[in-house]
Unconditional design. Structure first.
Length: 337
């Protein structure tokens, strides 16, 4: 039997996607497709409720928006190894999540750095939010190959999701050991060269809710306006002042999106010497971004005229078949009927 090389990754459906999603995850997803992995991309509509339960209608619209963004970046759901999966449509994953809860403990969840950080901004987090790391593990392992040589379970993610994945690995090993089984293959994280893209305001993370994001479907004039407002070196008062390149959002974006690396190195040298201004560099960056976004806009325009729900239903059905098989193996190991 040929080895199983599978990818499971996804996004919460809480709004349209931006350049941070692209460099942090979507480029990795495209690589996985091109490398021949059997790829399942999850539309995490249930997990979106952990923070957006008061706006369920927005989540439904976001499912469509995210699918359109995925197609726009080049993920082709008509390919045999590309599956768009609606989280709420795979019933087996909820049972898998319940059983994984039995081997998790509260202290581990409370120490999770992502959970700790987000709880500071929440007045009264739901239990659904607190159990998010276990639920995420269920998303991954509902499609797990068995723990045998040659099989792979790859999860391309943004840098901020790595702690969640490490805990998923802990749960997989703990389950296998507790029930003396090989049901779960511990997943392997893959993070891109640029794990996190700063916002145009210089904040640590690009976020649409903070108003510091360039969205994948922004029109050219909006992209240019956001780039021209970009935070740069606060100590540089005029173009002839030597500037700092390291940590400067302007050059973080150049490094992430410019294909001509010699051009970028020239800009860095001139910037350090005070021989080039921010305005000129921002105009050039806006050109680069808009050129990159042209094919995305074209693919999205075509996709908007099609029934994208059809792709989601098909991918969800394919994922459900595998998840039912994993659940059966899991229940057998736990001596459940």
């Amino acid at each position: 039997m040929d080895p199983v090389r599978r990818v499971l990754t996804g996004m919460r459906t809480t709004g349209q996607l931006h350049l941070g999603h692209y460099v942090g995850a979507l480029k990795l997803w495209l690589d996985a497709v091109n490398e021949g992995y059997d790829c399942f991309f999850l539309l995490a509509d249930v997990q979106a409720l952990t923070t957006h339960a008061d706006r369920p209608e927005m989540i439904r619209q976001s499912v469509r928006d995210v699918v359109l963004d995925w197609i726009a970046v080049g993920l082709d759901p008509t390919l045999p190894n590309v599956h768009f999966v609606l989280q709420s449509g795979v019933s087996a994953r909820f049972e898998i999540s319940q059983y994984l809860l039995m081997i998790a403990n509260l202290g581990e969840i409370q120490r999770n750095p992502t959970i700790k950080a987000e709880m500071k901004e929440m007045k009264n987090p739901s239990m659904g939010f607190l159990t998010y790391p276990i639920d995420q593990a269920a998303d991954i392992y509902m499609l797990s190959p068995e723990l045998v040589p040659g099989n792979e379970l790859l999860v391309p993610v943004g840098e901020d999701q790595v702690p969640h994945l490490e805990y998923s690995r802990v749960l997989a090993r703990r389950f296998n050991k507790a029930y003396k089984t090989r049901v779960f293959l511990p997943c392997r994280a893959k993070v891109g060269e640029i794990g996190r893209l700063v916002g145009v305001d210089g904040q640590e993370k690009m976020s649409k809710s903070k108003g510091n994001a360039i969205c994948l479907n922004d029109p050219p004039e909006v992209v240019s306006k956001k780039v021209m407002s970009m935070f740069t070196d606060p100590n540089r008062l005029k173009a002839t002042d030597p500037g700092t390149v390291e940590g400067n959002p302007l050059f973080i974006y150049f490094d992430a999106f410019a294909t001509d690396k010699d051009e970028v190195e020239k800009y860095k040298r001139l910037y350090r010497l005070g021989q080039i201004g921010d305005v000129l560099l921002k105009r050039r960056l806006a050109e680069i971004l808009n050129e990159m976004l042209i094919p995305m806009r074209e693919r999205r325009e075509v996709a908007e005229k099609t029934d994208v729900v059809e792709h989601v239903l098909r991918g969800t059905s394919e994922a459900s078949v595998i998840a039912n098989e994993v659940l059966a193996r899991m229940k057998e190991a736990m001596f459940l009927f």
